[in-house]
Write a protein that binds this ligand. Structure first.
Ligand SMILES: *[C@@H]1O[C@H](CO)[C@@H](O)[C@H](O)[C@H]1NC(C)=O
Length: 174
């Protein structure tokens, strides 16, 4: 199947306990350049995530008090294969925050880090949450997404289009 942004190939994944999901991810991640089959939009629920906050720091959106997020926020847009595996760390394209400076406010609001930790990026270094998502997943999003800016803008657009807060009512009625 051609990788494309269509309703059929988009799978909305709700990640409530991100830590355990990341372990699964490490176990079955594969190196590979073959074209992926679909995107998973991974979201996180701040209510659950922030309950486990022990330390505060400026980059943790859980620590924004009354301005902390109250709806699903973005974890990442993940290219996946139909066989349950996924490509990771596909090109050596280091994250450059300047490339997404015009998206910064939207990303802080809709794609914030919900922890103080610095996740590993692809080559053993530690970086921001955005750096991790771009280097691990974003670099494997070709041919739909070609660069860092389009990875983040595409993900925001998908998140707005498939607003799970709106569609939550439909899920419940089905
Ligand atoms: C999703 O829809 C709800 C209800 O209309 C709205 O309050 C919220 O701002 C929307 N979220 C996004 C990210 O657009």
């Amino acid at each position: 199947m051609m990788a494309s942004l269509s309703v059929q190939t988009l799978f909305v994944l709700l990640v409530f306990v991100t830590a355990s999901y990341c372990m699964i991810e490490e176990a079955s991640a594969v190196e590979g350049q073959r074209e992926f089959d679909y995107f998973a939009l991974s979201l996180q629920w701040p209510g659950t995530y922030c309950r486990h906050t022990r330390h505060c720091c400026s980059k943790n959106a859980c620590c924004r008090g009354a301005n902390a997020p109250t709806e699903f926020t973005i974890h990442g847009l993940w290219p996946d294969y139909n066989d349950g595996t996924w490509p990771a760390c596909c090109t050596q394209s280091d994250f450059n925050e300047k490339e997404i400076s015009t998206l910064h406010d939207a990303l802080e609001k809709y794609w914030p880090s919900l922890s103080c930790g610095s996740p590993s990026s692809c080559r053993g270094t530690k970086g921001s949450f955005w750096a991790h998502e771009w280097e691990k997943h974003g670099t494997c999003s070709s041919p739909v997404v070609h660069d860092e800016y389009s990875y983040f803008s595409t993900t925001l657009n998908v998140y707005f289009k498939y607003n799970v807060t709106v569609s939550g009512q439909e899920f419940c009625d089905d």
